[in-house]
Design a protein around this ligand. Structure first.
Ligand code: DUC
Ligand code: ZN
Ligand code: ZN
Length: 486
């Protein structure tokens, strides 16, 4: 199958240019002057499909480097499967995800990994890779870490939060980082002081403060700043590269920036929720059905931060200054009914997570519209840097000959309304998104742009507002070491 995309503006991390893009099979084979011929032949007559992208942007497919399909959490499991989650990703212009395989304490790392391969194999609609969560750092899991590299897994995640679940103490972190420093593995850190947070949770609940809002009160920014600092110091001592996930507090950004300024290999990711949503939004959330518990839809960790304190503003700025290098979703969707509801009367029992895999490209494009970031930075934050950070660049993250033909045509004159459609009486009439959640965490968000066409490894998966892909098209991505580390 050959495809020629004509008339569009090809946008990359370093610039934009009018060009035609020729795809043969699963790869991009040429980026050409608009209207180019081949040995005098009209190219449009020689290919199977011509897509007119006039007035539209042609960008490398989005890479969401932080998703949790089917993650067991809080007595339930994230509601998207690899099939539903990757179909939703495709609708939103994301053509690769990196999900987290899970090892829990006492389990063999390679058993946890095998379980994730089983969930994903034959079910994904777009390409997928894995990071490895290590929920139990011991002699056995430490010995397994270097072997992950041969499996195409070059990054692993530790948690300074969730005592009794995924938590690692400083001694465990130090030992894991020593292995990482020797092997080039990227340590991904959930940086919140879990034991201290648990004390605050207990005290708030004892005072009868049980609403979702108090989740964010307990997980105060000091908890994030302190843990971020500690992780940076342990990484500094060991020489391990560090990537802090879902950064939400401006003070945590400052810790990362200070470490980067002195040359430490430290990186940070934020998520759309920390750019657009706030603790005040959560406090004000209410619905007929759930009352103040409506705020549970935004319970995630790290939590939403106070707008008054300026975290959102600072986070956009850090994207411009490169103090934060990329945007992932931490897609971890739960329904309100039967899942988030587990925390009625006790915010600490609300499963943590927001579903956004379908909306990340749009939400970040709106940052281009509002002038927060440039078009090129949009591509860099959502595709090129994730590819480089996690050893996929060249194959993914760029429109260039030889790269996988993962291409999104984005229409800046289109429009996207996010949310659940309602009838004249305001009753929900179904869902607009393709994620499995029963609610829209991004209700009412209007985007001045639209995903027009999505191509995954040379196959058209979204076109004319329809899904043309299939579960099983997505392939496992063996990743190399981070391409920021030389
Ligand atoms: N944070 C979330 O919001 N959900 C899953 C795990 C995490 O760290
Ligand atoms: Zn986390
Ligand atoms: Zn996560």
């Amino acid at each position: 199958m050959t495809i020629l995309i004509t008339g569009g503006t090809v946008v990359g991390a370093t610039g934009r240019t009018a060009a035609d893009v020729l795809i043969d099979g699963e790869r991009i084979v040429a980026v050409l002057e608009p209207g180019s011929t081949l040995l005098g032949h009209d190219l449009t007559a020689s290919v199977d499909t011509v897509i007119d992208a006039t007035g539209k942007y042609v960008i490398p497919g989005g890479i969401d480097a932080h998703t949790h399909m089917e993650l067991p959490f809080g007595g339930t499991a994230a509601i998207d499967t690899f099939e539903t989650g990757t179909i939703a990703a495709a609708w939103g212009g994301t053509t690769s995800i990196i999900d987290f395989a899970v090892q829990t304490a006492g389990q063999k790392v390679f058993d946890g990994l095998a379980a994730w391969h089983e969930k994903a194999a034959g079910n994904a609609a777009v390409d997928y890779g894995f990071h490895q969560i290590v929920g139990g750092v011991d002699a056995d899991s430490l010995a397994a870490l270097p072997k992950l590299i041969d499996e195409g897994i070059t990054s692993y995640k530790l948690f300074m939060a969730y005592p009794g679940v995924f938590y690692s103490d400083d001694a465990q972190i130090l030992r894991a980082m020593q292995v990482a420093a020797d092997t080039g593995l990227m340590t991904m850190m959930h940086a919140e002081n879990g034991p201290a947070i648990d004390v605050l949770v207990e005290q708030l609940l004892a005072q009868g403060k049980t609403d979702p809002y108090y989740h964010g009160v307990a997980r105060a920014w000091q908890m994030e700043e302190e843990a971020t600092h500690r992780a940076i110091m342990l990484a500094n001592l060991t020489g391990a590269p560090l990537y802090v996930v879902h950064v939400s507090a401006k003070q945590a950004v400052e810790q990362l920036a200070a470490a980067r300024d002195v040359g430490q290999n430290v990186f940070g990711e934020t998520c759309p929720q920390y750019l657009y949503l706030s603790l005040e939004d959560q406090l004000g959330a209410s619905s007929e059905e759930f009352g103040a518990f409506e705020g549970a839809k935004w319970v995630c960790s790290t939590p939403l931060r106070s707008k008054q304190e300026g975290h959102q503003h600072h986070m956009w700025r850090s994207l411009r200054t490169n103090d934060i290098q990329m945007v992932s979703t931490d897609h971890c969707p739960f329904c309100m009914k039967g899942q988030k509801e587990l925390g009625l009367g006790d915010f600490s029992k609300i499963p943590n997570g927001i579903g956004s895999v379908e909306h990340r490209m749009d939400l970040m494009y709106q940052g281009v519209v509002t002038g927060e970031i440039t078009l090129e930075r949009w591509v860099e934050l959502t595709s090129t840097t994730p590819a480089r950070m996690f050893g996929l660049y060249g194959r993914k993250g760029v429109i260039a000959p030889g790269a996988d033909a993962d291409v999104v045509i984005y229409d800046p004159n289109g429009h996207t309304s996010i949310g659940m459609p309602v009838d004249a009486e305001g009753r929900p009439t179904g869902k607009k998104h393709h994620m499995n959640m029963d609610h829209a965490a991004w209700e009412g968000f209007e985007i001045d742009g639209k995903v027009d066409t999505v191509i995954s490894r040379g196959s058209i998966v979204i076109r004319d507002d329809a899904f043309h892909g299939r579960a099983g098209h997505g392939q496992y991505l063996r990743r190399g070491l981070s391409q920021y580390l030389g």
